[in-house]
Write a protein that binds this ligand. Structure first.
Ligand SMILES: [Zn+2]
Length: 346
């Protein structure tokens, strides 16, 4: 029997079958710049340079999927919807000026066109280049922003948090707009070749909002994205950073196939609570372990994750969140080694 391709391995797990071993999919994007020597900011404007770095990362480190992104989708969409960005030399862009300063500003917000608005076309072209290069051997994961998070980018996180209490109608109005933007972007990503669409909703984290606020504002709109993504023929995943233990069931009932867990969540507990419903993915600490730890520590922690929740095949070894740009590549290699050594199914 010929060995499975990374695409086959990942899709078998997502479809509830046991492949040859636990797949390993680190959340690695701009860290791959280390391999090609391209500058983080320089690459932002070049679909060819980002695609080359992402492809080189997969080829040289040997993980099972490519995260087809370079900076966060919520930043890209925030800029395309009118936010002014600043571009630090050694980091990814950040919102410098919000486009929504008063509720009245919502009247002027337009839903961006992924083929035309801001720097979205650069992302779309990168995705097209990746799709051509991977020839269906390697799955492509792409992000779309959670509507709650994108609303925080457009108008500021603190005003959004205040408004959940003082002006819920405003929160519904702005997140209805960001839902449309996120959905349109997700569909464009699927059309350009993304196999898995991850709704990334860091501002909806249990570290920032209560389970009730999540239920009232974030969850219903995540569910709408998930259903649009599924209808368009792609796999839906959900990424929420930080402590999501209180909302695990809400995450799992959104209709997603995969739930990505950050390092603050206990994998074994998550497995007990939602492991029957969804495939779990996670959750090595991106900073303390993957940036600052040693390959030996990474291998040991990854081994423990596989032993804790990987035996039934419904698990993808990953980082808990995006891997920092300066993380040593030997730590990523150690993750891959752990999946190959300890993740085999007999
Ligand atoms: Zn995260």
């Amino acid at each position: 029997m010929s060995p499975l391709t990374p695409y086959e391995r990942v899709m078998m797990v997502i479809n509830g079958e046991k492949p040859d071993r636990v797949p390993v999919v680190p959340q690695i994007t701009y860290t791959t710049a280390q391999l090609t020597g391209v500058g983080l900011v320089e690459a932002l404007h070049s679909p060819e340079k980002t695609a080359t770095a992402l492809l080189t990362g997969q080829r040289e480190l040997g993980y099972d999927a490519i995260y087809a992104g370079w900076e966060s989708s919520f930043n890209l969409l925030a800029e395309a919807m009118g936010c002014v960005m600043r571009f630090p030399e050694d980091s990814v862009p950040q919102v410098a000026e919000h486009v929504v300063k008063t509720p009245g500003d919502l009247d002027h917000i337009e839903i961006p066109d992924p083929q035309k608005s801001g720097r979205l076309p650069i992302h779309m072209e990168m995705l097209t280049l990746l799709k051509e290069a991977v020839e269906d051997q390697i799955p492509l994961f792409a992000y779309t922003p959670g509507p709650f998070t994108l609303a925080g980018q457009l108008g500021g996180i603190s005003p959004l948090m205040m408004a959940t209490i003082q002006d819920p109608e405003y929160v519904h109005a702005i997140t209805d707009i960001t839902l449309q933007a996120s959905m349109k972007y997700a569909i464009a990503n699927i059309e350009a070749g993304a196999d898995v669409i991850i709704t990334a909703d860091p501002t909806a984290s249990g570290s920032l909002i209560s389970p009730t606020t999540f239920k009232n504002f974030a969850a219903p709109r995540i569910t709408k994205i998930v259903s649009a993504v599924t209808k368009a023929g792609a796999i839906a995943s959900l990424h929420i950073c930080g402590k999501t233990t209180p909302i695990l069931e809400q995450m799992a009932t959104s209709g997603v196939k995969v739930v990505e867990l950050d390092h603050l969540v206990n994998l074994t507990e998550a497995k007990q609570r939602i492991g029957e419903q969804v495939i779990l993915m996670g959750n090595l600490d991106p900073t303390e372990l993957l940036l600052s730890g040693t390959p030996k520590q990474v291998e040991a922690t990854a081994k423990a994750c596989i032993e804790d929740v990987g035996a039934d095949g419904r698990y993808i070894l990953s980082s808990g969140c995006e891997i920092p740009p300066q993380a040593p590549l030997d730590n990523i290699r150690a993750m891959v080694t752990a999946a190959q050594k300890y993740g085999q199914f007999t």
